[in-house]
Design a protein around this ligand. Structure first.
Ligand code: DP6
Length: 331
């Protein structure tokens, strides 16, 4: 039986993706720029079984829920049709970070699944093709194919062929430090896909969000090229808060924050007043990601530990691209 194991690292966006221009091919309405994290990753093994009747999916040691299994099987089916191979797949996937932490496991998850399935099926895919395919699983997954600083293009074509991610700069271009302040471990209320649909349908700020996006992308590209932490801070926070304004004005409101999320934001603002290089961003969940420099990492670590409501703090450097760790054929 053919099998392959792949590892993909999680990423989070500095300039956010929220909203779709097409749902069938999962085409984002806006581009996004992210950083890939070293410390948090998904490892996925795909084994092709010609004798099995159905796909089988195990996530973090337990059989996947029906909706998760359906989403994963749909993705495997897409890869199988590309390869012209009908064998069923046994998918075993593990995150090295607690799933309850509400981190973006779909980003590293679908990137690892794309790389492992592609290798097991013997498809020779370029990173760009892997990125385009991962996007079909989850938009943010397109970015986890690459390490360092990454941009996902929204593209304009209906077939999605110009909607893929590319690296902007490698991790060592600007060795930033990232902290994740975990404030609650429960599952989130509304998933990204349905949240985006609701925002597009009802939020009065949705169109201004889409229209003002290109400026943020352009400014972030230059902040990264110039290693300008002041500009990075301004655009990261602006993009995060614009996205949350869209979410909050969705009817009914999408409120992903908890009280402690806002406490972390205030703590970062206090650090900034003290001259510490630190900025925050929040995704479709309550955890707060804080970005800093190697020089100021100790001050940020100390400040985050003292905030009431912060359950734990994870730490990471910027990380590498997705890889095939092993592949082969067993009896
Ligand atoms: C808030 O990639 O999870 O994290 O494409 O519907 O799977 P789907 O959405 P997903 O959305 C990520 C949204 C975000 C911002 C971001 O990562 O850019």
């Amino acid at each position: 039986m053919r099998h392959a194991t792949a590892r993909a690292h999680t990423n989070f966006a500095l300039v956010k993706y929220w909203g779709k221009r097409g749902t069938a091919l999962n085409l984002p309405a806006v581009g996004s720029i992210s950083i890939t994290l070293d410390a948090l990753f998904t490892r996925t093994t795909v084994t092709l079984d010609p004798n099995a009747e159905d796909d089988a999916v195990t996530l973090n040691g337990t059989p996947a829920s029906t909706p998760d299994a359906a989403r994963i099987t749909r993705f495997v089916e897409l890869m199988r049709s590309k390869a012209g191979i009908a064998d069923r797949a046994i998918v075993v996937s593990e995150n090295n970070f607690p799933t309850g932490a509400g981190l973006a496991s779909s980003a590293s998850g679908f990137a690892a699944l794309a790389v492992a399935t592609g290798a097991a099926l013997g498809l020779r895919l370029t990173p760009r093709e892997l990125s385009e395919l991962s996007r079909r699983g989850s938009g943010s997954a397109a970015r986890s194919i690459f390490g360092g600083f990454v941009e996902l293009y929204k593209g304009t074509k209906d077939d999605g062929s110009d909607c893929y991610a590319e690296p902007i700069a490698p991790s060592d271009h600007w060795p930033l430090k990232v902290f994740v302040a975990v404030v609650t471990e429960g599952p989130k209320d509304t998933g990204s896909t349905s949240g985006m649909d609701a925002s597009k349908a009802t939020s009065p700020y949705y169109h201004p969000w889409v229209d003002t996006h290109p400026v943020d992308l352009a400014m972030m590209r230059s902040a990264i090229a110039d290693k300008d932490f002041g500009h990075l801070t301004r655009i990261t926070e602006r993009s995060c808060m614009k996205m949350h304004a869209v979410m909050l004005a969705t009817d009914p409101a999408l409120i992903y924050w908890r009280g402690a999320s806002i406490e972390v934001v205030h703590a970062v603002r206090t650090l900034q007043k003290q001259g510490v290089a630190a900025t925050y961003t929040i995704d479709a969940g309550p955890q707060v990601k804080v970005i800093t420099t190697e020089d100021d990492a100790d001050k940020v670590r100390a400040a985050l530990r003292d905030i009431p409501g912060v359950i734990r703090v994870m730490e990471s450097n910027l990380g590498p691209a997705a890889v095939v760790e092993s592949a082969g054929t067993d009896a």
